[in-house]
Design a protein. Sequence first.
Length: 132
Amino acid sequence: MEVTITFTVFLSLFMIILAVRVLDLRGSPVTKSFHKSDRQIDPKDLERAIRGHGNLIEYAPLFLILMMALELSDASKTSLYVCGIIFTLGRLMHGIAFSFMKKNGYLRIGGMSLTFVGFLGLVIPALGIIFS
């Protein structure tokens, strides 16, 4: 279970970063002291941060469940790590593009592409187990 735990930790830490970003843009009293008192928050920035955070929460659990199932089925740890790195890099790119930037099509599209490649890297061997 070490592979799944490793990626669960990394993705959870990134989820916390994205959650704190949303809290900050919502004007949380915890983060207010780090900003000027007259700080103006663009509602579009908040909306993008919420989407970046929510998108990670939508994709990561299913990926991690599939990774755990394959790891428990004695799948190659190397392939699990490769898929996990690809997926995590994709989520980082996408989350940064949405939560911390105005617009960056390369990070957004590249992030989603890597997310799907990482997923497919797990789905294909899982289908092999199902149909063997």
